[in-house]
Design a protein around this ligand. Structure first.
Ligand SMILES: Cc1cc2nc3c(=O)[nH]c(=O)nc-3n(C[C@H](O)[C@H](O)[C@H](O)COP(=O)(O)OP(=O)(O)OC[C@H]3O[C@@H](n4cnc5c(N)ncnc54)[C@H](O)[C@@H]3O)c2cc1C
Length: 232
């Protein structure tokens, strides 16, 4: 399906959201992704013209699909994406994916985001807030630098919604997320580690490391849901 670029927004240094109008309304669930194909790249890219991107908007936000990514000089695809004029069209295929929030679930959920892995959680949290769902959400958002994508929006959402809590971790300052930090956060939030469902999203090495950390905490795989942003 053709998707038309209607708006761009810089979210943090080098990270940009692109808003797309689909040629007909689409039904997607919070956490799903699309394949985006740019018909002609301005800059060559050995990985080709297609990437997967999560829809960072929520289904409650209207018809536009929001894609959020970090633009890197090394990626011909992303450099081309960044230079597309408003009105340009790409080919979108989706929605895809099962990393989706089930609104019937009421137990406490821990979301762990590594860098741009925040995108599905932004969609899910916005969905929860807009639907006024009371599922307790505990987001641990780890980023290499202190330029968290969506920070202002997330802070506004938690300000308005008692059942959502966030810890920001700057890797350069706080170090990586490990068992000690998780135990400390669980203590701060007064949670029972055995009652939680864990959601992980980010680059594959981060997911692998987090699965090991959760394993050491005796959290079984049936309590863990992962979305690997392969391609990083
Ligand atoms: C289900 C799914 C959902 C996804 N959702 C998203 C999403 O919402 N947002 C998103 O951004 N991506 C998402 N991705 C990943 C996305 O599809 C791309 O694979 C990814 O963004 C990398 O794109 P790229 O190779 O064009 O560019 P980049 O990896 O950004 O840059 C190209 C090259 O730069 C180099 N490079 C990369 N990182 C560094 C670094 N830190 N330091 C130095 N050099 C570096 C590498 O050589 C890399 O090949 C998702 C993937 C999947 C599977």
């Amino acid at each position: 399906m053709k998707l038309k670029l209607v708006k761009k927004n810089e979210e943090a240094k080098g990270s940009v959201s692109f808003f797309w109008e689909p040629e007909k309304p689409v039904n997607f669930l919070a956490g799903q992704y699309y394949y985006f194909t740019i018909p002609r790249l301005i800059y060559p890219d050995p990985k080709g013209t297609t990437r997967h991107f999560t829809i960072s908007s929520s289904p409650t936000e209207g018809n536009l699909l929001r894609l959020t990514t970090k633009i890197r000089e090394e990626s011909g695809y992303k450099k081309t994406l960044d230079e597309l004029p408003i009105g340009a069209e790409v080919e979108g295929e989706g929605p895809n994916g099962t990393f989706i929030f089930d609104e019937m679930v009421t137990g406490p959920q821990v979301f762990i985001a590594g860098g741009i892995g925040i995108t599905p959680f932004r969609s899910m949290i916005k969905y929860l807030v807009d639907k006024n769902l009371k599922t307790p959400i505990y987001l641990i958002y780890s980023n290499s630098k202190d330029d968290f994508v969506f920070k202002k929006e997330l802070d506004e959402m938690i300000g308005a919604h008692q059942s959502i809590k966030i810890k920001y971790l700057v890797t350069e300052v706080d170090g990586r997320l490990d068992e000690l930090k998780i135990n400390r956060f669980i203590g701060d939030w007064k949670l029972e580690i055995g009652n939680l469902t864990w959601w992980l999203c980010g680059p594959p090495p981060m997911i692998d490391a987090m699965e090991q950390v959760l394993g050491k905490l005796k959290i079984t795989s049936d309590k863990i849901r992962s979305e690997k942003f392969t391609g990083y």
